[in-house]
Design a protein around this ligand. Structure first.
Ligand code: WTA
Length: 648
């Protein structure tokens, strides 16, 4: 046993300094250069961000860099600009006019390239379409689309006229769409007939039709034809994208918007209650994603940059759309699954388009490992120069595999820690400057001042696990939770007074590198997607046969965390058919991404005398751990034995 421990300790002390050749041409070339930037930003945040803001194009300059203190901050006060202008228009005045902005491949193999000029024309036309449907500045527009270029066009068109987009990932169910439409009071929904995933059609329009029976603020629906599947078009409400675009003018000036004008809402899971509508602002968010794309991905004009995230998640918002486009980069997009029609699709795409930067998630990397080295080995991956990871902690073995098999021991790996709420990357190596360590997201970016604190808010010494907090505000920080500022204050700023706290546990080592250990609240991280145990529990108890449910995560080889549900029935013992029925029920309520991995029936749940479910005990049982934690507060000991016997 002790041998095993020593090995894992040894693994964690491996260090990979940046290669000289990489550093020589990088935007940030050395540890010393990084230190200088970081200290400048820490000591004089307004001076630092004031000078960084010159990387954006402003319609009117701001008066004050930062007003107020965390949590109520305003950045670049009095300034006016437009995110769509910064992502598209300004490149048209340069040689980038005819540069590829988006190189796209559909799952069936169809391809498209949009230059910046193309993207500008399509965006302007669609902005006029939105206006013709009555969308005004500040109105909310839901986007529920496959990963096609039009999703970027739709986002940028909203930004162009000051409408606030709320993108819902295509894997969410009709009920989830309805809930989000209602919360945002969306006026228009932009969707498609369907999208392709693993050779099958994801039927988006059908889900929208069903959702609209439960959400009554939506007046118009725009439908992109993607799969050609038969759908119902409701006269007066539903319009084909191509019909509206055929009529639209290609001239649409970008609206001059206040720095703090809301850019988008993105719903994410919290530990309690309904999903939280994280709201981001125009200037701070655009600047944050632009600068971090440049620093972390070391973006250059010669790069073909591919972030595999769906645009429906924050990673897609920040690092498929706003960040790279603000830099004038060439963005690769692929619609479908990594294992369709074969397990080497990603590597085929990298070889075909000579992708240079590849940004994906640990859950995907663990799948690649399982599918076997023969798939990447079949392809020439030497165009790659940088690899990235995001979504959950990456296990050192997966990091090493990524480094060797995909990176050819040549490409630096940037393990980027951040959240929907932070808007842009917070802690990550800078590839030309930072010595990386497998499993650590290393050091904070310029302008980011993290700390590790105890529950009482005291700074903890190095190598002590604690809560990860931010001590200073940063421009791309969320501004509020839509329509619920109280919840915003309570969730992020009440736990540790004066600091931003978003629920992760971490430690900092003697080199100042951060090691994120995972969530400390009831948020699950399933395949890098955030889900709350509460949401899955509410979905379960909405089934007529379920009296009570408790949901916990358990270690899962591919997904990182799997979903285990302990269920007490109103009558009967339950059988496999009911297990399947409950899994389907959760899929219908939330979506396929929340489908339970394990359902265990039990006639009672372990509770404290005051009636609180003891989740830590359930976590042990779900993980198959025999070790029983402190059970002195448990009301009925017999329950534990019964639960263990409830095996799937
Ligand atoms: C986790 C995704 C360790 C973390 C951008 C965080 C990570 C949550 C990392 C946010 C990483 C994300 N190392 N953990 N590199 N990246 N996480 O909002 O628990 O979908 O709080 O944003 O994912 O998930 P979200």
């Amino acid at each position: 046993m002790s041998g095993v421990n020593i090995t894992s300790v040894l693994q964690e002390t491996r260090k990979f300094p940046p290669a000289k050749e990489f550093s020589a041409t990088a935007h940030v070339k050395s540890e010393a250069e990084y230190d200088e930037l970081w200290w400048k930003a820490k000591d004089d945040p307004t001076g630092f961000w004031g000078s960084m803001s010159q990387n954006l194009d402003w319609f009117e300059p701001f008066d004050t860099v930062l007003e107020g203190e965390m949590p109520n901050t305003k950045w670049f006060v009095g300034g006016r600009l437009n995110a769509s202008y910064n992502c598209v228009d300004r490149h048209l005045k340069t040689w980038r006019k005819n540069k590829a902005a988006i190189i796209w491949e559909g799952e069936p193999g169809d391809t498209r390239v949009l230059t910046y000029q193309d993207l500008h024309r399509e965006t302007c036309k669609f902005a006029n379409v939105l206006k013709s449907l009555g969308v005004q500045s500040g109105d909310r527009v839901t986007i529920y689309m496959p990963l096609v270029p039009e999703i970027i066009v739709a986002m940028l068109a909203c930004a162009r006229i000051g409408a606030v987009h709320s993108i819902i990932f295509g894997g969410f169910s009709a009920d989830a769409v309805a809930e989000r439409n209602n919360d945002a009071q969306a006026k228009v929904v932009i969707t498609a007939d369907g999208g392709w995933r693993r050779g099958k059609e994801v039927e988006l329009k059908h889900a929208v039709d069903e959702s609209l029976e439960k959400s009554h603020t939506v007046q118009q629906v725009v439908v992109l034809r993607r799969t050609g599947t038969p759908i119902t078009m409701v006269p007066g409400r539903d319009h084909w994208w191509h019909d509206l675009m055929a009529e639209a003018s290609p001239d649409c000036e970008a609206a001059s918007l206040d720095s703090e004008h809301p850019l988008f809402i993105l719903y994410t899971s919290g530990s309690t209650g309904k999903p939280k509508g994280v709201l981001h602002s125009t200037a701070g968010y655009t600047l944050g994603t632009m600068m971090t794309s440049k620093w972390v991905f070391d973006l250059n004009d010669t790069d073909t940059y591919w972030c595999t995230a769906d645009v429906g998640w924050i990673t897609g918002h920040s690092y498929v759309c706003y960040g790279p486009l603000a830099n004038g980069a060439t963005v690769m997009m692929y619609e479908g699954a990594p294992n369709w029609p074969h397990d080497g699709r990603f590597w085929e795409i990298i070889e075909k388009y000579k992708v240079t930067i590849f940004y994906t998630a640990p859950t995907a990397i663990r799948s690649f490992i399982r599918w076997g080295d023969e798939w990447p080995n079949k392809h020439d991956l030497t165009s790659l120069r940088l690899l990235g990871s995001v979504g959950e902690p990456i296990n050192p073995e997966a990091w090493m595999w990524y480094h060797k098999v995909i990176g050819g021991e040549r490409c630096p790996i940037v393990d980027t820690w951040w959240q929907t709420e932070t808007g842009s990357i917070m802690i990550s190596p800078l590839p030309g400057a930072t010595t990386t360590k497998p499993g650590s997201c290393t050091r904070p970016l310029p302008g980011v001042v993290p700390d590790i604190v105890s529950k009482e808010g005291e700074s903890l010494p190095d190598n002590t696990g604690g809560l990860l907090v931010m001590r200073q505000p940063w421009p791309s920080m969320l501004r509020t939770l839509y329509n619920d500022h109280e919840r915003f204050l309570k969730t992020y700023f009440s736990e540790i007074p004066g600091c931003y706290f978003a629920g992760d546990g971490a430690r900092r080592d003697e080199d100042g590198c951060y090691w994120v250990m995972g969530r400390v609240d009831d948020v699950l991280n399933v395949s890098g997607h955030r889900l709350s145990t509460m949401e899955v529990e509410s979905a379960l108890v909405s089934h007529p046969l379920v009296a009570e449910a408790a949901v916990v995560g358990f270690p899962h080889e591919i997904k990182g965390e799997g979903i285990c549900c302990f269920v007490t029935l109103t009558t009967g013992d339950g059988d496999d058919a009911l297990k399947q029925q409950l899994k389907d029920h959760v899929r219908k309520q939330i979506g396929a991404l929340a489908s339970p991995d394990m359902i265990r029936f039990s006639n009672a749940l372990p509770k404290t005398r005051s009636g609180k479910i003891m989740r830590r005990l359930l976590r042990d049982i779900a993980a198959g751990r025999e070790r029983v934690q402190d059970t002195t507060t448990l009301e009925d000991y017999g329950v534990l034995a019964k639960l263990r016997a409830s095996e799937e």
